[in-house]
Ligand binder design. Structure first.
Ligand code: ATP
Ligand code: FE
Length: 326
């Protein structure tokens, strides 16, 4: 179904992008395409289309890492953002804290051992009966504004682990139990909930958000402290990925950045959640460094084995850094 959803719209999406930019294929200088990580069937739809456009107009191809694009789009909106810098990527599938040393050179200081924070927002929004016509994150953020963030006691994850990794599965369970204990029924939409029921949901939303973000704050502080020792020239802290469009997340991480003498850089919300601009921009970055593949043959058959990387870690893991950060 996901593959069909992609292949059903890809031609139209590419055409629309060209039309909006008042360009045609022959005006392009290259094609950038996500090759991982993600569902291989869907990645292939993109790569097939990219190779078709490349073959048609003789354009070089740049294969992009989706998470590198989430990070590097900050260099499009903040043109003087130089390497090295710290990066926190918070999205639906990832929770990564990295030291970005150069283009393509990332040191992974922490990742999630189970779920990503965006996944937790989405799941909890569903359990709270929120309107999911957009994603759960923004709906939960909005409801949290009505709640008391200290009213429900949730434990901060991984307090006893003095590393830079993240975990959200346990917090999700704590929240699920709190929802059950208050007899909140997800079948009753928020718009039909009584005043007390709405207040109970808002208190849970606010309390979850506070603790979820406290966990981010703690891990980021630890990672920044370690990274600043090995790379004293770091001045910026980039936060990107869908969850970075959350105002509370931004405000709290701005405090962390300031406390550590760094400047927070968050792309505008529309460039934090998935978008094509970040892929195009990362393509430009690689193209400038001469990193690209030659154009696809004009008459390439469609059934060839494309180079997609469903599992593709961003940068190298730095276990030594993690333990030194204790
Ligand atoms: P990944 O980038 O890890 O492959 P993805 O591409 O699905 O995952 P993104 O599009 O970057 O993720 O971000 C989507 C996620 O961001 C969703 O989980 C969504 O709930 C969350 N999100 C978006 N806006 C907000 C917000 N205002 N507050 C909290 N979470 C948000
Ligand atoms: Fe994404």
């Amino acid at each position: 179904m996901a593959e069909e959803a992609h292949s059903g719209v890809i031609d139209q999406v590419v055409q629309e992008a060209l039309d909006k930019a008042c360009l045609s294929g022959k005006d392009l200088s290259a094609v950038a395409v996500t090759i991982g990580p993600g569902l291989s069937l869907c990645l292939r739809v993109g790569v097939r289309k990219a190779r078709k456009v490349s073959g048609l107009f003789g354009l070089p191809i740049v294969g992009i890492h989706h998470m590198e694009a989430h990070a590097l789009v900050a260099r499009l909106t903040e043109r003087d953002l130089q390497f090295p810098f710290m990066v926190l990527l918070v999205s639906g599938g990832h929770n990564l804290i990295l030291l970005a040393r150069d283009l393509g050179q990332y040191l992974q200081l922490g990742t999630t051992i189970d779920d990503a924070i965006g996944e937790a927002y989405d799941k909890i929004a569903k359990w709270l009966g929120l309107d999911l016509s957009r994603s759960g994150g923004p709906a939960l953020e909005e409801l949290a504004l009505e709640g008391d963030s200290k009213s429900v006691k949730f434990a901060i994850p991984m307090k006893q682990h003095k590393d830079c990794n993240f975990s959200y599965a346990g917090l999700k369970t704590q929240v699920r139990l709190a929802i059950q204990a208050r007899n909140i029924n997800a079948e009753i939409p928020l718009s039909s909930a009584s005043h007390d029921d709405r207040k109970a949901r808002a208190d849970i939303a606010a309390s979850f958000q506070r603790v979820a973000v406290l966990h981010l704050e703690e891990r980021c502080e630890r990672a920044i402290e370690w990274a600043s020792k090995v790379e004293p020239s770091i001045k910026r802290f980039v936060v990107s990925g869908g969850v970075a469009s959350n105002k509370y997340v931004r405000a709290r991480l701005d405090e962390v950045a300031k406390k550590n003498g760094l400047q927070l850089v968050c792309p505008p919300p529309s460039l934090c959640t998935d978008n094509g601009v970040m892929i195009a921009w990362t393509g430009i970055e690689h193209l400038r460094k001469g990193r690209f593949d030659p154009p696809a043959p004009f008459d390439e058959p469609e059934d060839i084995l494309y180079d997609v990387r469903p599992r593709w870690p961003l940068g190298e893991e730095h276990t030594e850094g993690r333990s030194e950060a204790r």
